[in-house]
Design a binder for this molecule. Structure first.
Ligand code: NI
Length: 169
């Protein structure tokens, strides 16, 4: 089955994803497919729920879809030790036609496993810290539009309703 990126308001995006219990060939294939979809859609990060797989797995490549030289896959990632505060503009492949400023921690610590089951521990700052927080939110059913003001959110909801009406018309 060919996977695609699902968009808000798809219900899987609001679910808490389940841990990966075993790193099987299927999980490796899923990660490879996620990386391809991330690149094809010009993203720098993707979480499994965005391809309708409710699992705690993310792909990140800050070098971008042109270079594709720094792919990282994190299995069952956990963030700790948030420090500082930073605001930056975010978008999401699952949130169509919208970007806005979101406040995040400036630095975080990541614990995860790679696709060989080896433990990963890393301190992230700058874009990596923001990207990890954005992707980890997906695993808890949270989108960046859940972190903006009620007013901004209601304006976005109006746009979505209009799109959905147009689609069904
Ligand atoms: Ni996203």
């Amino acid at each position: 089955m060919e996977r695609t990126i699902v968009t808000y308001p798809h219900p899987v995006l609001a679910q808490k994803a389940k841990p990966v219990t075993e790193i099987t060939e299927d999980i490796r294939a899923l990660a490879a497919e996620m990386a391809e979809l991330m690149y094809a859609n010009k993203g720098i990060g993707l979480a499994a729920p965005q391809v309708a797989e409710s699992l705690r797995l993310i792909t990140v490549d800050l070098s971008g879809p042109e270079k594709r030289e720094a792919l990282q896959v994190f299995v069952n990632p956990v963030l700790s030790c948030p420090e500082g505060e930073v605001e930056s503009e975010e978008g999401c492949l699952s949130v169509r036609g919208y970007r806005t400023t979101v406040r995040r921690a400036e630095r975080v610590h990541l614990s995860a496993q790679d696709l060989d089951g080896k433990p990963i521990e890393l301190d992230a700052d700058d874009l990596l810290a923001i990207c990890l927080q954005h992707e980890l939110d997906h695993l808890d059913g949270v989108l960046f539009i859940d972190r903006i003001s009620k007013l901004k959110r209601s304006l976005y909801e109006r746009k979505v309703k209009k799109w959905l009406r147009q689609k069904s018309a």
